[in-house]
Design a protein. Sequence first.
Length: 90
Amino acid sequence: MVLNGLVKGVGFRLKKGFIGTRQMIEKQTAENIVRIFIKNVKRDLGYVQSNFEEGDYDFAELSISAIHVDLERIASKLSQLKEYDEMHLS
């Protein structure tokens, strides 16, 4: 019996397909990781601004490097999420 999303602990039914519990957890984990990286980028942008205003250009550059790494991670996770949606919802 389908209970609007949960199928007796076996998986989830979405608009067009069947997703197992493990895959749904993996997708939610990837989405949460993206949210965390976005928060990190926002925080590091604040560091860049404050270091720039204080004239500490070395630390501003380090913060920019950290932002670059987080943006690469976000792009990677977003591409995984896109593949996941294409595979399971098409």
